[in-house]
Write a protein that binds this ligand. Structure first.
Ligand code: ZN
Length: 219
């Protein structure tokens, strides 16, 4: 059976580990693996403890490195760290948000730590769609804040603000009390704007969300 059939797919790397055939001896003194591989010998733990001043606790969270997937790091490009990482491995793990398994790819790590300048502490604890969803929510909140402070909103801006607000309620970020604001914003839309696609979409969604709020869902 395909052990990765149920894994969440990454838009760029897919869902299965990428076998490179590279598999350095993790115990060799010149090999340093990321702590996310969960491969820590006692000597490695002591080294980390010396550097950090405390011993990191690694909970059993279902993470495991996939042997044979190593990608060599370019230390000249990697974000400087007390203990650099010499090889990245595909890490098979469980998304903290949705509970599905996904791979945090070696190539993705290389991209994070060598192209994007992320520190080695940065770790993917959520699957790609959950990460994307969080980014989307963050951008909605930001946009909502911006629109909130626009003194004389156009019809399009008012609709966009209502959409941001309703979506954030649907995503359980905003409290149901904010439904009043959505209603108020829609109330301000003049007759000429009431055939707008977004207006009609909001009018259709509003009662569904209101129904949820009556069922005592606590966001
Ligand atoms: Zn997820």
């Amino acid at each position: 059976m395909d052990a990765y059939a149920q894994h969440v797919k990454h838009p760029r790397y897919g869902k299965r580990p990428r076998i490179t055939g590279v598999d350095p001896d993790p115990d060799a003194s010149i090999v340093h693996l990321h702590w996310n591989t969960r491969f820590l010998t006692e000597s490695r733990l002591r080294l980390i403890e010396q550097a950090l001043g405390w011993r990191p606790a690694l909970p059993e969270d279902g993470s495991r490195m996939v042997r044979g997937t190593a990608v060599a790091a370019d230390l000249a490009r990697q974000t400087p760290a007390t203990i650099p990482v010499t090889h990245y491995y595909d890490i098979d793990r469980i998304c903290r948000a949705c509970g599905r398994r996904f791979i945090f790819f070696a190539d993705e790590q290389k991209y994070w730590y060598e192209e994007l300048g992320f520190p080695l502490e940065a770790d993917a604890i959520r699957c790609p769609p959950c990460r994307q969803r969080l980014r989307h929510i963050a951008s909605l909140r930001e946009r909502y804040e911006q629109l909130f402070h626009v003194p004389a909103r156009s019809v399009a801006e008012t609709l966009e603000m209502a959409d941001c607000c309703l979506t954030l309620i649907e995503e359980a970020i905003f409290h149901f009390g904010q439904l009043e604001r959505v209603r108020m914003l829609l109330h301000r839309i003049p007759e000429s704007g009431r055939s707008d696609k977004l207006y009609l979409n909001l009018i259709a969604r509003l009662p569904l969300v209101a129904k949820l709020s009556n069922h005592g869902r606590v966001p």
